[in-house]
Design a protein around this ligand. Structure first.
Ligand code: SF4
Length: 210
């Protein structure tokens, strides 16, 4: 049984899969409290569902790309089993995690999209840095940036990210101007993609289900 906050179908707004239709399974609960968190409603709210029921709901959307997100999905003991069940059904499975929990518990076929929490989040000390060595080819890392200090901090950590992993730098909407971030990245010839949260551009007034 997993505690599920919401299951919905939308455009993938984060990561290298941005722009693709995707089914999202948002699991309840998070061990962090980032200053800019936009999913605080997922901290506690949710219903207990067996994996079989989650699979049924996912199937109803007729979409092959599925993301398990949160909250922090690696907090729930049955999350690896859910990812495995989805893979066995032939889905492409993304798991978005905050970087504080051991990602090795995920099955090999799942693609990990891992945040590295910068100082502006207020949770940078919670990072499990051993996760960098656990990332597989095809996994992705995302720095969410609130200001120049976060950008400079991220830059000092870029050399530690394995070459097999794609890197994304994402400005927090309303806190850091994307054009400013683009200028810094060009000036410093940064290894990484400038990343905008597509779902917030498409649906700026929606808080849930996007
Ligand atoms: S890790 Fe994600 S869900 Fe948890 S507090 Fe931070 S932004 Fe919110």
């Amino acid at each position: 049984m997993l505690k599920v906050n919401e299951i919905f179908y939308s455009i993938q707004g984060e990561s290298g899969y941005a722009g693709l239709p995707c089914v999202f399974i948002r699991l309840t609960g998070c061990n962090l409290r980032c200053d800019y968190c936009d999913t605080a409603y997922a901290y506690d709210e949710g219903e207990d569902l067996p994996v079989s029921e989650i699979l049924e709901r996912v199937k109803s959307y007729n979409c092959q790309l599925v993301e398990i997100t949160g909250g922090e999905p690696l907090l729930q003991r049955e999350t690896p089993g859910l990812a495995t069940a989805l893979l066995q059904e032939g889905y492409q499975v993304l798991v978005e995690t905050n970087g504080s929990k051991d990602i090795d518990i995920l099955p090999d076929g799942a693609i990990c999209i891992m945040d590295i929490k910068c100082p502006g989040s207020g949770e940078a000390t919670q990072m499990d840095w051993d996760n960098l060595n656990r990332l597989k080819s095809g996994d992705q890392v995302k720095f969410v940036l609130t200001d120049e200090n976060d950008y400079l901090w991220a830059n000092t950590h870029l050399s530690g990210i394995p070459e097999r992993v794609d890197v994304f730098l994402s400005p927090v909407q309303g806190k850091l101007d994307p054009a400013q971030l683009a200028e810094w990245m060009l000036m410093d010839r940064v290894r990484g993609h400038l990343h905008l949260q597509l779902h917030k551009i498409l649906w700026p007034d929606e808080e849930r289900g996007v």
